[in-house]
Write a protein that binds this ligand. Structure first.
Ligand code: PNS
Length: 174
């Protein structure tokens, strides 16, 4: 039987427990799940470099021990990347009504680009329905505690980013 390769695309800046929840759910359904991190996102201010985002998600996925999950980066159109790896399903998390319009637009546009590719929207655990990478960064860089929202590996990288920023500012003063 044909194996279904699904792609879970995103900016993942950084990956949250909401994303991890979707990764677990999707890896249960599809034969293979490829987490595809976009190198650039013209609509977003990105904190972590593409190399850092790949490294962070690989650490998180290694801990989950899900043998059918892989992590890659891509640039350009998602559909082109999917053709390259033979994937036929796009997995997207759907948290609330506020996500719906954006997700619908993307799903229709991707269907327009290739009618054979299906988008599957998955709802995360309700506790994560308010969670986003942007809100995690906002809380963290304003001194809040994000421990319950991100995997341990992410917390480690966030703390390092803050240290580097402080060190950078100190050097600038000299
Ligand atoms: O986590 P995000 O930022 O909501 O993910 C958005 C992402 C990366 C899935 C989307 O921006 C994307 O697919 N980018 C690649 C370029 C592309 O194919 N755009 C057309 C989609 S309609």
């Amino acid at each position: 039987m044909k194996k279904i390769i699904a792609v879970y695309p995103g900016t993942f800046d950084p990956v949250t427990k909401g994303h991890v929840d979707i990764i677990k759910r999707a890896s249960n359904i599809f034969d293979r799940l490829n987490i595809a991190i976009t190198e650039t996102n013209i609509n977003k201010n990105i904190l972590f470099s593409i190399e850092e985002r790949v490294r962070i998600i690989r650490e998180v996925v290694d801990e989950l021990q899900l043998s059918n999950v892989s992590v890659n980066s891509f640039s350009g159109l998602l559909i082109d990347y999917m053709h390259k790896i033979g994937a036929t399903v796009i997995v997207r998390g759907l948290r609330a009504v506020s996500d719906f319009e954006y997700e619908l637009q993307m799903a229709y546009m991707n269907r327009n680009l290739d009618p054979n590719i299906e988008t599957v929207s998955m709802m995360p655990y309700i506790e994560y329905s308010f969670l986003s990478s942007s809100i995690v960064k906002e809380i963290f860089f304003n001194g809040g505690d994000v421990t319950e929202f991100v995997p341990d590996a992410v917390l480690k990288y966030l703390l390092k980013k803050r240290e580097d920023n402080v060190a950078g500012k100190e050097n600038f003063k000299d």
